[in-house]
Design a protein. Structure first.
Length: 160
């Protein structure tokens, strides 16, 4: 029984690190798009026919959403790592994981729904869909490991 507990704690720690690493990709992607490929970013804005003020607003808004997303993923990942090391209680990790699960399912739905709108570059849509599905699997693994750890700790009468 203790071997199962250690294995699930290791799985929870790996999925916590996976959640943190998966949160970094969209931030890096936005930075690459805006700073290293500014012509692509400007082409998207010019196609929409908006001015510089709106361009700055869109950039700040998207960056704000990415920062909030990053904070949620980092908090969930750190909570999972803390639970796996027996340093934190599992309730916080459970709450953040369920919030991320719903957000990721919604993101996968938007990827599938908007799949036909990518007329020029279908490979970008496929990459985002694959990343969202991988993120969904990581969060599901985090939730399954967390539930198993909670039940095993109750069976072993542990207070963590």
């Amino acid at each position: 029984m203790k071997k199962k507990l250690r294995r699930n704690e290791d799985l929870l720690m790996m999925s916590g690190w996976g959640a943190i690493l998966m949160a970094l990709f969209p931030v890096v992607d936005i930075i690459i798009t805006v700073f290293l490929r500014p012509k692509d970013y400007e082409a998207e804005i010019l196609r929409a026919g908006v001015g510089l003020e709106f361009k700055v607003f869109i950039f700040v808004f998207i960056l704000g959403i990415m920062v909030v997303r990053l904070i949620f993923f980092v908090l969930a990942g750190r909570a999972a790592i803390g639970v796996s090391k027996r340093e934190k209680k599992s309730a916080l990790c459970l709450v953040f994981s369920f919030i991320l699960l719903f957000a990721t399912v919604f993101s996968v739905y938007l990827d599938v729904y908007g799949f036909g709108s990518y007329s020029s570059d279908i490979s970008e849509a496929v990459v985002y869909l694959i990343l969202d599905v991988m993120t969904l699997f990581i969060i599901l693994e985090m939730l399954v490991s967390l539930c198993r750890i909670r039940s095993l700790r109750k069976k072993l009468n542990m207070e963590y």
